[in-house]
Design a protein around this ligand. Sequence first.
Ligand SMILES: Nc1ncnc2c1ncn2[C@@H]1O[C@H](COP(=O)(O)OP(=O)(O)O)[C@@H](O)[C@H]1O
Ligand SMILES: [Mg+2]
Length: 614
Amino acid sequence: MGKLLQNFSIPLKKINFILNSYEKRNLILLSVGSVVLSLTEVFSIGIIVPIVILFSNAEKFQTGKAFKLLYQLTMARNLKEFFFILSTAAILLFIFKSAYNVFIFSKQQSIIGKIYTRLTARLMQDYLAKPYSFHLMNNSSLLFKNIVEEISRFTGSYLNPSITIMSEAIIFLGVFLFLLILYPLVTLSIVLIFGIVVISLNILLMGRIGGYSIAREEHCRQIYVTAAEALSAVKEIQMYDVEKYFTDKFSNATKGYTQSLVKFNIASNLPRPILETFIFTLFLLGMMLSVFLNKSFTDLIPMMTVVGIVCLKLLSSISKIYLNIHVLFYNANAADIVYDIISSSDLRREEISAIDPRDLNIEEKSPSLHLKRINFRYETANSPVLEDFSLIIPLNQTIAIVGKTGSGKSTLIDILMGLLEPSKGLFYYRGSVISRNNIADYRKKIGYVPQNYFLTDDSICANIAFGIYAKDIDHKRLEHAIRVSQLESFIKDLPEGINTRIGEKGIRISGGQRQRIGLARALYREPEILVLDEATSALDKHTEEDFYNAIKFPGRPLSVILVTHRLNTLEHADHIFVMEDGKLAAQGNLKELAENSPVFQKMTNQKIISEVSE
Ligand SMILES: Nc1ncnc2c1ncn2[C@@H]1O[C@H](COP(=O)(O)OP(=O)(O)O)[C@@H](O)[C@H]1O
Ligand SMILES: [Mg+2]
């Protein structure tokens, strides 16, 4: 019993948390509407039963008290008139009931639809607001699956059944009470039989449904991940001729998914035919028994009609309730997923930053980016990438970071941009500590060109003015960004100029062209700090040269922080930091390092840093 209560109180708690007060109010109104529906159900049976009895056995019926009362109420002058009045009332009631039913159903669908729209947007917003480290840990296809699949399950196959269970339970109760008063014995025995069959089926099937539900979610994950991976690696898949491997992986996942669904559908639809067979058999057995006991057929008709109607009404309610309880359980993990995401989403805003207020603004207003005794470890890694790491980067200059692959350059840059949060240490920009409170403002000052960056399936213009509505685009800034990143002649040759679409992930353009669009995107923001993580590696020597010359005189102070393996690029740097195994191994300008630093000399000897030819 306790377990049963828990089974129902947990869903309610989760629904209560996930929905906002407006949605909850609507759902409560809907339940009230369902009570009215239940009343019309009761009335419609209340009216059909006397009609049938009257029709089949008029003389006997006339002696009853209820008949007399009803007869007087209709003010009929004779039996025929009475029959017509009752039948007309029944027709009107049925029309009303059906119309009302449609009304309630469409209200329910529209409320659910609105909840779906709000929740998907909410989840998207939550995910986009999660710290970057969260996204390092989570496969984006799974997040996509949660937004698309789990919310749809939560609203369609969790919320919807909950409402149906509630309203059907009300209808069931109404009809049951009414019938209980009219025909206590028949109703009680029928409900008892229903009860026994349903409860034993439940005991048999509930555990299995839990299993199907877990299988459903697991296979659903595989479907999303495999499809996303396969479709984004088409080039590699075709080159390596491994279509079969990916197709098989995908079809295994869908097979598992469908199997769980098929099994669930069979299990949850079992009770109706079983109950029907049961009732039908009992019904006929009862008739046979009555005939055997020498009762006349005409005596049996009213009784059998009543039993028939009771069975049909209660059966329909019970099987609906039963089916929906199963649907609810099958999709309970969708509600868990949605609940977990939403309940953890405020984390970031609630968490108080771990900074000691005494550390704030103690730095003299020096024009620098200052990392002070930083520790950083990736959640999945055993050892930290940076430990007790300090660095002072002067502003309004071009700074280069060099080092072997894996020495921590990208990590350092992600920390400098406030994407990754160090577990220890402080980070100052122009003397102010950058914390969660001001990180958004700080990021606005940064233009970033990563090693691998994302181009959207949109026009060149929309990719440069990234995330900006067309009407808000500043065309002067756009032109400047295009000119500095050497895109002018490329765009001029395109059929539709800056409005040319470049395809998903920019597959319709070359690496060098992509990189220049990336540069233009960063420049469009008119950044104070321009961060280039091997961002000019796909450019030829001359284009790169022109680019660095062009950003030298931006008309405003600009700090450039660049990561590179090219000696040519280093020539543009005022100051170079050499990273080795997460530590600062040397620093200075190119001449100093080349002459005096053994670490740097080793890197050039090993061609970790090398000259590019024409
Ligand atoms: N998301 C990640 N999770 C765990 N370890 C990572 C992650 N990204 C990078 N690393 C590890 O951190 C170290 C530094 O990587 P990175 O900063 O990318 O180096 P670089 O840019 O100099 O090549 C490497 O040992 C790398 O394996
Ligand atoms: Mg890197």
